[in-house]
Ligand binder design. Sequence first.
Ligand code: ZN
Length: 88
Amino acid sequence: MAGGFAKDGAVQDQIDATVEDAVKHARDQLPRGESLKNCEECDAPIPEARREAVPGVRMCITCQSELDKEAKIAAGYNRRGSKDSQLR
Ligand SMILES: [Zn+2]
């Protein structure tokens, strides 16, 4: 147990977290190509209208709103813009 590199590790962790965050964020904003027919979380069918309205949709409305809630809490900001393009 050397105390010396604990600091370096912490800095690296911070950098990793920032990059990961940015990637996650960018991925969130991008359409992901093909929309799924069934929710990747709970396998519920995703309505045709929702699949057309949300390009690359991967989750049913229930799971998506759960995720949005978590993301909002985690990120501490409100993604109001993307909400308008989604079916409720
Ligand atoms: Zn679902």
